[in-house]
Design a protein around this ligand. Structure first.
Ligand code: GDP
Ligand code: MG
Length: 171
């Protein structure tokens, strides 16, 4: 999840089809399947690429409720895109907390992703600012990625799946 144009579709298509699409219809919302092996455990992963055009709050609420793990993506070239993540994360926590079992230590699997690392000269968000945000969220992992140059794309999916497996084992 994340703002428009940050590279959600580019990251998804890179991960699922191992290619970079220059122009991906921003209104297309689709789910993709890929098997992924993490620490010797193979999972059938369903990735929902949200389009962020939800006219009805209920739709994004539905995604958040049914989602087992979340990649919160911003663009390193846009300060606005990182601030947009506050509301999204708050919504996720509100929805997920409602289903938590009291007294049990449970964490919502989340990874913070700063994409477009390759656009060095257009960079607006420093690593420090992003790391600070990830700490304020209780220390969620932070990665800098490039869908174009294929940097850390598998790593973000592996990390969130690792968290999901852990949550499943303890929850
Ligand atoms: P979405 O709205 O979040 O799904 O964003 P898209 O995946 O459609 O990407 C928006 C634009 O950013 C497109 O023109 C992509 O080609 C471009 N883009 C996405 N990821 C990267 C990246 O890692 N590096 C560069 N240079 N461009 C990217
Ligand atoms: Mg898209």
């Amino acid at each position: 999840m994340g703002g428009g144009g940050v590279g959600k579709s580019a990251l998804t298509v890179r991960f699922v089809h191992a290619m970079f699409v220059e122009k991906y219809d921003p209104t297309i919302e689709d789910s993709y399947r890929r098997n992924l092996t993490v620490d010797g455990i193979t999972v059938a992963l369903e990735v929902l690429d949200t389009a962020g055009t939800e006219q009805f709050m209920s739709l994004s609420t539905l995604y958040m409720r049914s989602g087992d793990g979340f990649l919160l993506v911003f663009s390193l070239t846009s300060v606005e895109s990182i601030s947009e993540l506050h509301t999204i994360r708050e919504q996720i926590m509100r929805i997920k907390e409602a289903t938590l079992i009291p007294g049990k230590e449970q964490r919502v699997p989340i990874v913070l992703v700063g994409n477009k690392l390759d656009l060095t000269h257009e960079r607006q968000v420093s690593r420090e600012v992003a790391v600070h945000l990830s700490r304020s969220w209780g220390g969620v992992p932070y990665y800098e990625t490039s869908a174009r140059k294929e940097i850390n794309v598998n790593a973000i999916f592996e990390d969130v799946v690792r968290q999901m497996i852990k949550a499943d084992a303890t929850g």
